[in-house]
Design a protein. Structure first.
Length: 173
């Protein structure tokens, strides 16, 4: 494994871990600022690293990386520019879910590829087993996204500075 792939994998795993914590916070109607900032930073680092891989074909990693950069930008705008007011609260919850989904997709794909080599299940990623796995992950995140948007939108922010030690204008991103 090259150093670039190792850095990519570490950033992706950190993003998935932090994103999961953020998503659970959204389920309770709470934004955990420091975890959200860590998640978005790691997701962006994953995306930028994913775009540095040598281009032979347009792969799933490059596609998800490009999309993740744009969707992360929307999440940052909803959070920092529009302060989660009105519809931006739902936009934030949805974009966080999408970015986490994209990170999980690029983590699951190589894992499935390695398992399939040993088990002979899917020599190419176009096989039924790989597509079924991708479909199940997509459906799971669609349901999670709907629940996150509904719960985070319905509940008011307990305190914008509840996790920033009382400093309302503290910018962690």
């Amino acid at each position: 494994m090259s150093i670039l792939r190792f850095v990519y994998a570490v950033c992706d795993l950190l993003a998935i871990g932090a994103g999961t914590i953020v998503l659970f916070g959204l389920f309770t109607g709470e934004l955990i600022d420091q975890w959200a900032a860590l998640f978005l930073k790691c997701a962006l680092a994953t995306s930028v690293t994913g775009l540095l891989f040598p281009l032979h074909d347009f792969t799933l990693v490059e596609m998800c990386s490009m999309l993740s950069v744009y969707v992360s930008g929307m999440a940052i705008l909803a959070w920092r520019k529009f302060h989660l007011s009105g519809v931006w609260r739902s936009v934030f919850a949805l974009t966080i879910t999408i970015v986490l989904y994209l990170n999980v997709v690029v983590a699951v794909d190589p894992v499935f590829e390695q398992i399939s080599r040993f088990m002979g299940l899917a020599p190419s990623q176009s096989e039924l087993a790989a597509r079924a796995t991708q479909f199940l992950v997509m459906v799971l995140f669609a349901v999670i996204g709907i629940v996150a948007v509904k719960r985070f939108h319905q509940r008011s922010i307990h305190s914008l500075h509840s996790h920033t030690n009382g400093v309302a204008d503290k910018h962690v991103f």
